[in-house]
Design a protein around this ligand. Structure first.
Ligand code: UDP
Ligand code: MN
Length: 389
């Protein structure tokens, strides 16, 4: 695992107060965005990684109304501030389709970060990033600082950037968006057009690539990665497959590879690092919260083929990628919405019957899982039990 062997790698013209021990800077913050409960998993790991490396800055997370109250209370145990914002959507399906990322319209919501005017300077970080060391020196930079995008280095990547909250800038950005749209349909295209002299005007605003190292693209220039990779400071799990989409084996502490994930060694070790933080620090938070919710929710029992299935609605805290056994595939065909609890229980039973039959214990299995595919984004706890004879 590459580590920051030279924490002072970035140019640091003169020592500033913020580098002194125990000095808290309350008017500067790291800011991220979680537009839904799934990306909250990423935000939590990012926040925890910043805490692990003892940042002296505040941590703020923007959430949309879609983020559940349960998840907000978990977020508030890692972040200083959980701030609700409206969804801003580019609704630019044509450009997003070109990138094959229809979900990125929602990333316009990021623009709300300029409204956080109780901070004088902030560093925005995508929810799919992770810090490998203390990166507080980023606050020595000015708006608008960002690292090159590995796909088109004359553009910056908008996963990590330094900015100054300002309602004036916020309104200019919204007006610019309305007039010109975004060439890629997401926030990155818009911000690159808005801060259009980034590539040429001031090299001080070019963050080293080490502050936004795309976990997959490092393999396009392997010698460079071998030479510089050990100084990586921020990993960005850019692209459609996020760390929470992988399966992780809690015993071996390894990310499981299936046919579709051909990760290289470094990519897998970055993923394992994400999962280590997730399983060591975030899962316990989610579980603690879930236990509280569990006691308040009702359960219903159904019996199929002599196996009792208990369904219990729980707060959607456990991501779909929670480490769990391999599932048979036909589930994706189940129609989510119009399911009665009985139907749902039956489908769930069908879904897991193969799995259950393999085990012979009285309680065949008790798992919490996302049944997003089955019903309205609800999360259920399923308990399979063989009634005693
Ligand atoms: N985001 C979100 N929910 C989504 C899509 C995006 O919360 O469904 C937020 C999140 O902070 C994410 C950022 O917008 O990190 C940018 O999207 P993403 O990281 O997926 O884009 P990429 O870095 O892969 O281009
Ligand atoms: Mn990202």
């Amino acid at each position: 695992m590459p580590r920051c062997s030279h924490p002072t790698h970035a140019p640091r013209p003169f020592p500033t107060l913020c580098h002194l021990h125990h000095h808290r800077v309350t008017d500067q913050a790291f800011v991220t965005l979680a537009a839904d409960d799934v990306y909250c998993q990423g935000a939590l790991v990012l926040g925890q990684s910043l805490r692990n490396h003892k940042t002296s800055r505040k941590l703020a997370v923007l959430v949309t109304p879609e983020v559940s109250s349960g998840m907000r209370s978990v977020l508030s145990s890692v972040f200083d501030e959980v701030i609700e914002v409206d969804v801003l959507d580019s609704a630019d399906s044509v450009h997003l389709a070109l990138m094959q990322r229809p979900e990125l319209g929602v990333t316009f919501t990021k623009l709300h970060c300029w409204t956080l005017t109780h901070y004088s300077k902030c560093v925005f970080m995508d929810a799919d990033t992770l810090v490998l060391c203390n990166v507080d020196e980023l606050f020595d930079r000015e708006e608008f600082s960002a690292a090159p995008d590995s796909g088109w280095p004359d553009c910056f990547n908008s996963g990590v950037f330094v900015f100054r909250p300002s309602l004036r800038t916020y309104n200019l950005l919204l007006r610019f968006a309305a007039e010109h749209g975004s060439f890629d349909g997401g926030d990155q295209g818009l911000l690159n057009s808005f801060f259009s002299n980034w590539a040429t005007a001031d090299i001080g605003k070019h963050l080293p690539f080490l502050y936004n190292l795309s976990s997959s693209s490092v393999y396009t220039y392997v010698p460079a990665f071998n030479h510089f990779g050990r100084d990586a400071k921020v990993v960005h799990f850019l692209g459609a497959t996020k760390p929470w989409n992988y399966k992780y084996n809690l015993q071996t502490r390894r990310v499981m590879q299936d046919g579709t994930t051909s990760g290289s060694f470094h990519q897998l070790s970055f993923l394992a690092l994400w999962w280590n933080i997730y399983s060591a620090s975030i899962l316990p938070l989610l579980e603690k919260h879930q236990k509280m919710e569990d006691s308040e929710s009702e359960e219903c029992k159904h019996a199929f083929n002599g196996v009792e299935v208990t369904l219990k609605k729980i707060s959607p805290c456990v991501p779909s990628s929670l480490p769990m056994p391999e599932l048979p595939e036909q589930t994706n065909e189940v129609n989510p919405t119009a399911c009665s609890p009985e139907e749902l229980a039956f489908k769930a039973w069908l879904y897991f019957s193969n799995l259950c039959m393999k085990s012979n214990q009285e309680i065949l299995m008790s798992i919490s899982l996302s049944l997003t595919d089955l019903q309205n984004n609800r999360y259920l706890n399923l308990c399979f039990r063989k009634p005693q004879k």
